[in-house]
Design a protein around this ligand. Structure first.
Ligand code: DAH
Length: 368
């Protein structure tokens, strides 16, 4: 018998369709018995199996299946064999349907069970505790400084980080040719704004907004074009202080800074002022305090000098008062500025200030 003959004989076609089904259905046979055939099957795998089973069903029982084609040939079957042919076709078809149904329902049930298991919650499991954060060491220190000055009657000013030339330099009596104005030291935007390089800018805003007399501190970020190294960062924190009133003298400046440092580092803390120069103060002084570690006898922290340099200060320059419309004949004031990061590095004995901004939790969690 040739293949050609087989194809033309309706009975043979039915048998061939049945055989082809047996062959292809073999890989699903394991789903027709008990559910042991599913052991180890993941949910995704089961879903994929279900899909290919449904494809197979269409191929073997659909309108274009070999079985459907064979059914149409019933007219060619000699009339005395038609009843037998019809029964044979029906029984093959019924067998296929039964086996597809069995495999399909096993898979469906399994998928349903797996989905439910995946979505169920074990209420007896202990909950996952959220990790509690805390404030950054710089923030902690800033708040301590703020508390001290608020107790001394100072207001807290919020400044801007992006400034015009006027606030950053001109109003602070910084001459046009001053190196701080250069792009070497200051970050400029393309349209001429500058990231403030010091919090002294807030002195101007505060006097413009509040008028005089004024007493305020302004903590905040400042920016300078420094290459990061263990003692430099292009972004760091300062606190500015300003007090303007009638009759303010250098004695008030010294008394205020001394009181602040005593409250910060303990009542025994000593302070010293050294003559210095800043464009926006006259006279100007830098201030140091006696090392909190060795009490002045000399150690690693104070580099054996017994003193730690902390900031700059001075009497507000008459030009600065004038530019905000304050009469320097009537009013005088003092100002000071210090770096919070530097202070943090000293107090926490950090050998690299970049640690403060690397956001490494192992480092930061020590400061809770
Ligand atoms: N702005 C100065 C700096 O960044 C610090 C400073 C010095 C602030 C003298 C002042 C001051 O208010 O009077 O180095």
């Amino acid at each position: 018998m040739t293949v050609q003959e087989t194809d033309q004989d309706p009975s043979h076609q039915v048998e061939a369709a049945g055989k082809a089904f047996e062959q292809e259905f073999e890989r699903f046979a394991r789903f027709t018995g008990d559910s042991n055939g599913l052991v180890g099957l993941t949910l995704d795998e089961a879903v994929a199996q279900e899909r290919s089973l449904s494809d197979l069903r269409t191929r073997h029982l659909g309108k274009k299946s070999a079985l459907a084609a064979a059914k149409k040939l019933i007219g060619r079957v000699p009339s005395d064999q038609r009843a037998a042919f019809g029964q044979r076709v029906q029984s093959v078809e019924a067998d296929l349907v039964a086996r597809f149904d069995a495999a399909e329902s096993t898979l469906k049930q399994y998928i349903e069970r797996q989905r439910t298991a995946r979505e169920s919650i074990d209420v007896t499991l202990p909950g996952r505790r959220p990790r509690r954060g805390h404030r950054h060491p710089i923030t902690l220190l800033r708040e301590r400084i703020e508390d001290i000055f608020v107790a001394l009657g100072y207001a807290i000013e919020d400044g801007r980080e992006l400034e015009t030339d006027f606030y950053n330099f001109t109003a602070l009596n910084i001459p046009d040719n001053h190196p701080a104005r250069g792009t070497q030291d200051t970050f400029y935007t393309t349209d001429g704004f500058a990231l403030r390089s010091q919090t002294s800018t807030v002195q101007i805003h505060a006097m413009q907004r509040r008028g005089v007399p004024v007493r305020m501190i302004a903590p905040g970020r400042v920016f300078r074009r420094d290459t990061p190294d263990p003692t430099h960062n292009p972004m760091f924190f300062q606190v500015e202080g300003l007090c303007v009133d009638r009759g303010i003298t250098m004695a008030h400046l010294k008394g205020t800074v001394e009181e602040f440092l005593r409250r910060m580092f303990g009542p025994e803390t000593v302070t010293r002022f050294r003559p210095s120069y800043f464009p926006f103060t006259e006279p100007s002084a830098e201030f140091d305090f006696g090392c909190f570690k060795c009490q002045g006898s000399g150690c690693r922290i104070c580099k054996n000098s017994g003193w730690i340099e902390l900031g700059g200060s001075g009497m507000v320059h008459p030009n600065v008062l004038r530019i905000v419309g304050v009469d320097p004949q009537e009013y005088s004031g003092f100002a000071f500025g210090l770096g919070i990061d530097r202070m943090a590095a000293l107090m926490y004995n950090l050998d690299d200030i970049r640690l403060l901004f690397e956001n490494d939790v192992r480092f930061l969690e020590q400061f809770e």
